[in-house]
Design a protein around this ligand. Structure first.
Ligand code: FNR
Length: 187
């Protein structure tokens, strides 16, 4: 089956290398029977417990998009060895009000690109901890720690290196199996 997957980019930078990686995944996704649609996070207000009584429209829309998706792919940079605040804010927004966690049971898969060799490994470690608490089962392997080199992925998501493209497609196919498993479990 084809699954409708929402993706979140953990960077709001206009020159984001993680957006390039996300664009590459969008292009490759049909070959893995996945349709990828962005769930934007840049317009979300900072989460506050004040919202629990009356959820802001942008937050409600974001929560609904997460809930409607068959699974979520998160493509994130590493900021200071963790996830960017803008991404954490989105996850916190989705998790509340208490008892209405939009990520509960939602299968997820994480990827990231960095200019450094660690390739967001530490940010993803933090992200996996957050997803565990949110009860959002994440794909364990393979891991995508991409070091973005000059010209590797164009702005519109064209991957210049054949083995990188194959690796990303293989990852999407494994993610498909992960989404399928949880679609069956969730009924
Ligand atoms: C970074 N960068 C970075 N890289 C990394 O590998 N580990 C890190 O801990 C950090 N920390 C960090 C903090 C802050 C505040 C910035 C602005 C940058 C560099 C980062 O990988 C690089 O800026 C990427 O281009 C960020 O991804 P996007 O926004 O281009 O997708």
């Amino acid at each position: 089956a084809t699954y409708n997957i929402g993706f979140i980019v953990g960077s709001v930078s206009s020159t984001s290398i993680n957006r390039r990686l996300a664009n590459a995944l969008v292009k490759l996704a049909p070959q893995a029977d996945l349709t990828l649609t962005e769930i934007p996070i840049a317009n979300l207000p900072f989460y506050s417990a004040d919202h629990d009584g009356g959820i802001p429209a942008a937050a409600a829309e974001f929560k609904q998009a997460v809930e409607a998706a068959d699974g979520i792919i998160i493509v994130t940079p590493e900021y200071n060895r963790s996830v960017p605040g803008v991404l954490k804010n989105a996850l916190d927004t989705a998790s509340r009000p208490w008892g209405q966690n939009s990520f509960a049971g939602k299968p997820t898969a994480v990827a990231g690109a960095s200019i450094g060799q660690i390739g967001t490994a530490l940010a993803q470690q933090h992200l996996r901890s957050i997803l565990a608490f949110l009860d959002a089962p994440d794909l364990q392997q393979p891991e995508v720690y991409l070091q973005m080199t000059e010209g590797l992925i164009s702005e519109d998501g064209e991957v210049s290196n054949e083995s990188t493209a194959e690796f990303l497609l293989g990852w999407l196919r494994t993610a498909h199996a992960h989404f399928e498993l949880h679609a069956k479990r969730n009924g």
